[in-house]
Design a protein around this ligand. Sequence first.
Ligand SMILES: Nc1ncnc2c1ncn2[C@@H]1O[C@H](COP(=O)(O)OP(=O)(O)OP(=O)(O)O)[C@@H](O)[C@H]1O
Ligand SMILES: [Mg+2]
Length: 588
Amino acid sequence: MAAERALQAPWWWKLVRPHHRTLVLGLSATVLCSLAAAWVPYWSGRAVHALELRDWHRSRVDLAWMLAVTLVAGIGRYLMRNILIGLSREVERLQREQIFDFLLAMPQAFFERNLIGDLMSRIGDDVNTVRMATGPGLMSLLQTASLLPMTLALMVHASPRLALAVLLPFSLLAVGFYFVGRASHRLQQRIQVVTSRLNTYSHETISGERVVQAFGLEQLRVDAFAELSRQQARMNINQTVLFGMYLPLSSLTAGLSALVLVTYGGSLVLRHVLTLGDLTAFTGYLAALAWPIMSLGWSANLFQRGKAGQERIDVVLGSAQAPLPAAETAPPERTPGPAGLTGRGLVHRFESGRGLGPLDLDLEPGARLAVVGGIGSGKTVLLQTLAGLRQPQQGALALDGAPLDWDRLREHWAGLGWVAQEAFLFSVSLRENLAMGRPGASKEELWEVARVVCLDDLVHRLPMGLDTVVGERGVALSGGERQRTALARALLRRPRLLLLDDALSAVDAETESRILENLRGFLRDVTLVLATHRVFVAELCDRVLVLEDGRVVQSGTPQELAEAPGHFARIRRLQSLEREILGEPFQA
Ligand SMILES: Nc1ncnc2c1ncn2[C@@H]1O[C@H](COP(=O)(O)OP(=O)(O)OP(=O)(O)O)[C@@H](O)[C@H]1O
Ligand SMILES: [Mg+2]
């Protein structure tokens, strides 16, 4: 088992393997640097020995050699740094892109199980720990690995006995490193978990900052944050204490070696077994080995951190969720005309047992369907299922008569206009937000959809017009303005299937009527499904479904339902009363 594990490629190999050419180049530079550096003490030892023999000429030649190898070592080190650190930056870039691509390919259910702050910490902190391991960590390891054998060979060549004696303390160090390294890895895993909790907590608190302030929760949040932050600091300090043992241990080892060198080496010189030049060279070898060996502890620490980071990244990347079909660079061909959609036995229930289905649905091309029902009756889940954003657990959808399987999702989305219940805008300009519906739309087209959703007045009033930046998630706009922007974005797409999830709930009744009037022209070639709480919006449709706990309890034309007892007739009575009180005659 242990042997099997030892034969396995190290965790970082799969990251570095695609860059094996660069790695070979970097390794060559490292070997060049180490080989040259190892010979520096050799030539200085020879120069001293020549001095011992009063051979000035030889001493000068040896010194010239020493200078030459120092120069080569310098060049090698320069190349090594540039190549290997560059490689780790490339690994970092690719890994970050891989995680980002992966996240974008995840279905909605994935984001309901993972916290945003935690995912962010994997893209940020964890990728960074991996970079430190594959960059400075790997470089230092390669350097030590190439310098050690060469220096050892030169030492053994000069005096095997002294080499053995001087290196004995270093074997003790290796054992110490092993134990400290193991403890450090375990601690690092815990640090990264707390760091990620800290990220999630701060992300959530700052996003919900208005709620925190309005409810006076600042102190509570600050205290909880401080506790997490204290935990993180305590663990980091423990890590520093643990890591701090490397340096004194290494210095102690180096000191012990120096002691052995002077006492035992000195006695060898006195007994004429060794020349003074050899002893000088040995001092140089030890000095040359001291840093690479000390840095072993440092790079071991970087590898522990990197390994812990990579494990956390792998947990996300190894998530059992099937990714969505890849987005093609060219959007899929759009089928002309309005979409036809059927659903048979659709079920999507959450752990709580709430949700959708079983439910059957037939949408002829060009149909207009309103979905009504109480709060939590499953309207949103139904629309998300029709949009292909949620996979039904049972049952199947068919688009234009053919099964809407996983591979056809992109085709479905190409013709889909989707307005979510909570409009989401990006922190770019209004123009860019709209154009996400159809990149490359002309200015006239943008203005046209802005007019349909009665947004043109607002745009005229804004000092920067369409170029106004809407702030994070569109905070610089009112709720109704955000909703209308989201609707305009969906219309600009000229969809075959338009799904509106309570898309005008934050718009006043008068504007809503105007928008619905303007929409008529737009809806000619569209199949429409809208979820709404407002009866007079539903009455624009040919058919109404009434949902209760995810099931259809009533269905029919608005007129039929208005006359039959049930949810629809009840809210219709209430809302017509409300309209009369407000002075607006209700026209069914
Ligand atoms: N992501 C989720 N995880 C767990 N339960 C959920 C999730 N989304 C919705 N639900 C539950 O499923 C049920 C249906 O929710 P849905 O959002 O479809 O209601 P709705 O009819 O759109 O309500 P509203 O009128 O308030 O928008 C609710 O009881 C809700 O609690
Ligand atoms: Mg809803």
